[in-house]
Design a protein around this ligand. Structure first.
Ligand code: 5GP
Length: 205
């Protein structure tokens, strides 16, 4: 895989969190910040209603995805629920060279790959206040069938456990932010990723 490199002046921010934790709402708010650019991942899953190719994802056939893996075009990639997802390296290098804050919304296995390769960045995991609250939020999403909710709850529990893991004795994520209140969470993460926030001021969560 392509290395993160040292030629950058911007900042890489990695955001993860299980379905129902509020990660997508947080990322939607962060996209409005002028210093932030958002990575558009490649994926082999099909577009959902309303999703646009090249905007939400680059939707690729599996053979095309695998060819790009061979060409070393990904910074990281992972199989999530039988579908492949990956971050293209070259748009990130571009954005960081322009001094941008480059935001990746990726799952935990991809984060682990970045950490294993010592990719510099700020790593944030957004978690629900409790599993019961997560289940309640998933139930509120009308499109979720009962068994799908239980499947997502199980995936979420596994992701939260994995997110508490370490790489070379260091925590996978710099911050575990509990999303009890969406506005407060957006404010907290906005503060964390501010370009002029010195690392020492950020504290722990
Ligand atoms: P969804 O299919 O719901 O859009 O995404 C499923 C999961 O894949 C989410 O946890 C999302 O954060 C993650 N994901 C999206 N893009 C990437 C990527 O480029 N790399 C990795 N490792 N995970 C991704």
């Amino acid at each position: 895989m392509t290395d993160g490199g040292d030629r950058r002046s911007g900042k890489l921010v990695v955001i993860s969190g299980p379905s129902g934790a509020g990660k997508t709402s947080v990322c939607r708010a962060l996209k409005q910040l002028p210093h932030v650019e958002f990575s558009i991942s490649a994926t082999t899953r099909s577009p959902r209603a309303g999703e646009v190719n090249g905007v939400d994802y680059h939707f690729l056939e599996r053979a095309e995805f695998e060819a790009r893996v061979k060409r070393d075009e990904f910074l990281e990639w992972a199989d999530y629920n039988g579908r492949l997802y990956g971050t293209l390296a070259s748009p990130m290098h571009d954005a960081l060279a322009r001094g941008k804050t480059y935001l990746l919304e990726i799952e935990v296995a991809g984060t682990r790959q970045l950490r294993e390769r010592s990719t510099a960045g700020l790593y944030v995991f957004i978690e629900p206040p409790s599993i019961d609250e997560l289940r309640r939020r998933l139930v509120l999403r009308a499109s979720n069938a009962a068994e799908e909710i239980e499947q997502r709850v199980q995936i979420a529990e596994a992701e939260i456990t994995a997110a508490r893991g370490t790489v070379d004795g260091q925590p996978l994520y710099d911050h575990m932010v509990v999303n009890a209140d969406l506005e407060a969470t957006i404010a907290r993460v906005t503060e964390l990723i501010a370009p002029d926030t010195p690392a020492a001021m950020r504290g722990g969560d």
